[in-house]
Design a protein around this ligand. Structure first.
Ligand code: ATP
Length: 140
């Protein structure tokens, strides 16, 4: 069977569809490390961690901050079901900076009932958002 020319990338969250388009390459933040996909890839399923996802259409690379969920890879498609997914240009930098500072101060001066896991996840998500927003700015 001939190799597919493109991948259909779909990114959805529980409340909306974020991306659906034909792309040439995808890199996603798997929980065991990030993985790249080109057309014709062997099928697999992976869980995701909070991190940067990018996809390429020709020479054009787009960045998306994703947090948790799953990826299904097939030879001609990549489907991402993420808890949250934000294209770089939609990220509110001030909001992410506030979330980062809130999480840092919780972790620096922990109260007795602090949920450390939750604070660490909040910190990680805010750092990913800031990193992804920075990548988009440096491209513009
Ligand atoms: P915050 O503490 O600022 O609410 P959070 O990490 O708790 O951040 P989430 O629960 O992950 O927020 O997300 C709630 C909704 O808000 C999601 O739809 C998410 O995409 C959106 N969101 C959160 N932070 C940002 C941001 N900095 N820019 C754009 N959208 C954001």
């Amino acid at each position: 069977m001939p190799l597919p020319d493109h991948l259909t990338l779909t990114i959805v969250t529980p409340d909306h569809a974020v991306v659906r388009r034909e792309v040439d390459e995808v890199k996603a933040p798997g929980s065991e490390g990030s993985f790249g996909v080109l057309p014709g890839h062997t099928p697999f399923l992976a869980s995701l961690q909070a991190g940067e996802l990018w996809y390429r259409c020709g020479q054009d690379i787009s960045h998306v901050a994703v947090s948790f969920g799953f990826a299904e890879v097939l030879p001609d498609s990549v489907t991402i079901l993420a808890d949250v997914a934000e294209p770089a240009e939609t990220i509110d930098i001030h909001r992410a900076e506030s979330a980062r500072e809130r999480a840092r101060s919780r972790l620096d001066l922990p109260e007795p009932n602090l949920d450390f896991g939750r604070a660490r996840v909040a910190l990680r998500k805010s750092l990913v958002r800031l990193e992804v927003a920075k990548l988009a700015k440096s491209k513009a």
